[in-house]
Design a protein around this ligand. Structure first.
Ligand code: 5GP
Ligand code: MN
Length: 322
């Protein structure tokens, strides 16, 4: 950690970036780190390739996050919440040209890419690691930094319900509240209201649920047609998979998401992202890794190009062993 801090302090232009299709941890960690580097009078650029989901647009300084970068000017890149460098998205080849890459993450499948790593797979969120780093940097945590860290931990632990919820989650969040965070205000932004379209999408998603013959696996499917029909976007699927996970006797839930920009190579073959969640009895990070993806033992994902019916049978086959 001290080596990383020394590099950051000696650098002139720092790129801070997190994974595409960001969640609350990817954005909270990104902003907290950016604000802490401001306090050290460092020149920083905050990058995420995807649009900011509406529920996270309340975050402080969120408008500073840019979607395009010219990597030639950076002497160091700090990659947050990325299990591998490719999670950054299109900028991956440009980022590889940056002389020093720092990898800060909590995914069990982290590939240990980069020149320096700060990886703690027992951390509840990348925001927990960022909180420790900011303290070690000697930067005082103001309300804006506290709001970003709190949001990262709140959302990555599913409001302190998921298996990654640890003592630090509570300890840090209490500290952030003491520093001025208003839990009700953040909860209202993150979990407050749904568009009518999202409720209609929920209806289609629930209707799509299929169960394996032994009852141990559930599959929810979201096609591009469903998004078009309900006038919704991929950011509206947050949390939907939990309905499939909470079905009695289900050990693993899979959510198959047809990719918006998936190039159709043939009439039926398409690009899909598969999210996996478990009640804790199956290691879904291992399953996702076997398909070239990754994640945590109880929440993981991978991408696959195939037909929808083939993707479903591949996933249903997994359940036969359980
Ligand atoms: P989600 O299902 O919400 O997309 O992701 C669940 C977890 O798995 C997250 O921690 C996410 O970072 C990770 N994950 C999802 N898809 C991929 C993937 O394609 N590759 C890797 N390495 N991790 C993934
Ligand atoms: Mn995370």
């Amino acid at each position: 950690m001290d080596q990383i801090i020394r590099h950051l302090k000696n650098s002139t232009h720092i790129l801070v970036a997190s994974h595409a299709k960001p969640d609350g941890d990817a954005l909270g960690s990104l902003i907290a780190m950016g604000l802490a580097l401001d306090a050290l009078n460092k020149k920083t650029t905050l990058y995420n390739e995807s649009p900011i989901p509406a529920v996270y647009r309340f975050l402080p300084s969120v408008n500073r996050i840019v979607r395009h970068i010219n990597c030639a000017s950076f002497d160091i890149a700090v990659m947050l919440d990325c299990g591998n460098l490719e999670r950054i998205g299109k900028a991956v080849s440009a980022v590889r040209q940056i002389p020093v890459i720092v990898n800060i993450d909590h995914h069990i499948t982290n590939t240990r890419f980069g020149h320096f790593q700060l990886i703690d797979t027992s951390a509840c969120a990348t925001a927990e690691i960022i909180c420790r780093l900011i303290k070690q940097m000697g930067v005082p945590i103001d309300k804006a930094i506290a709001t970003s860290i709190y949001t990262g931990i709140l959302t990555d632990t599913g409001s302190f319900r998921f298996s990654n919820t640890n003592r630090a989650a509570f300890a840090i969040c209490q500290e952030m509240v003491e520093l001025g965070v208003d839990p009700f205000s953040i909860a209202r932004h993150v979990y407050g209201t749904y568009s009518l379209g999202r409720i209609k999408l929920l209806n289609l998603a629930l209707d799509s649920i299929e169960i394996s013959s032994n009852g141990k696996l559930s599959i929810m499917t979201l096609t591009q047609d469903m998004f078009d029909e309900t006038n919704t976007q991929h950011e509206d699927i947050d949390g939907l998979i939990n309905y499939a996970r909470r079905i009695e006797d289900v050990k693993v839930a899979a959510l198959i998401l047809e990719q918006q920009n998936g190039k159709r190579k043939s009439k039926d073959s398409n690009q899909f992202h598969v999210s996996l969640r478990t009640n804790g009895s199956v290691d879904v990070a291992a399953i996702a890794s076997s398909f070239g993806g990754g994640g945590h033992s109880s929440a993981a994902g991978f991408s696959i190009e195939s037909t929808l019916s083939d993707v479903k049978s591949i996933i249903f086959n997994l359940a036969e062993k359980w």
